[in-house]
Design a protein around this ligand. Structure first.
Ligand SMILES: [Zn+2]
Ligand SMILES: [Zn+2]
Ligand SMILES: [Zn+2]
Length: 141
């Protein structure tokens, strides 16, 4: 029955960036909360910045489709710089902030420092825990 009206999907390829966002961002069929053609579940709202071009993409497949070069993960020596964007509130998180609660986090038995391992620390929107399973694609080991 034709194409249903979606929530304004846009495909942006290099060297252009999507003007809806305050940060450089591009990808394939990107929605307003940065879901994309590849990851389209309610929790798929983050975009990740790549070390090669410092542009945010919803996923590595978006990078491969929309960029004109090979992807490189965000470098470890820049983990204190913004590298993850929440598509719900628009906040940018440092790689360290995003990855905290992971293996390097302290596990204080009587604290609930990380009530949700995979959620935006600003707006508490849930993030897809699967992204972390692919962290080597996005963050230098
Ligand atoms: Zn790149
Ligand atoms: Zn994608
Ligand atoms: Zn948020």
């Amino acid at each position: 029955m034709g194409t249903p009206p979606t929530d304004d999907r846009r495909t942006t390829t290099a060297p252009a960036t999507d003007d809806r966002f305050a940060v450089p961002l591009r990808g394939v069929a990107v929605g307003p909360e940065t879901r994309c053609a590849h990851w389209d579940d309610p929790v798929d709202v983050i975009a990740l910045r790549f070390g090669c071009c410092e542009v945010y993409y919803p996923c590595d497949a978006c990078h491969d489709a929309a960029a004109d070069h090979e992807a490189e993960p965000w470098p470890r020596d820049r983990f204190d710089e913004p590298a993850v964007r929440c598509g719900v509130c628009g906040a940018t998180l440092s790689a360290r902030e995003y990855l905290s609660g992971d293996s390097e986090a302290h596990r204080d038995s009587d604290s609930r420092a990380n009530p949700d391992d995979d959620a935006c620390p600003r707006c508490e929107a849930p993030f897809n825990p699967g992204c972390r399973a692919h962290r080597d694609r996005y963050f230098e080991a």
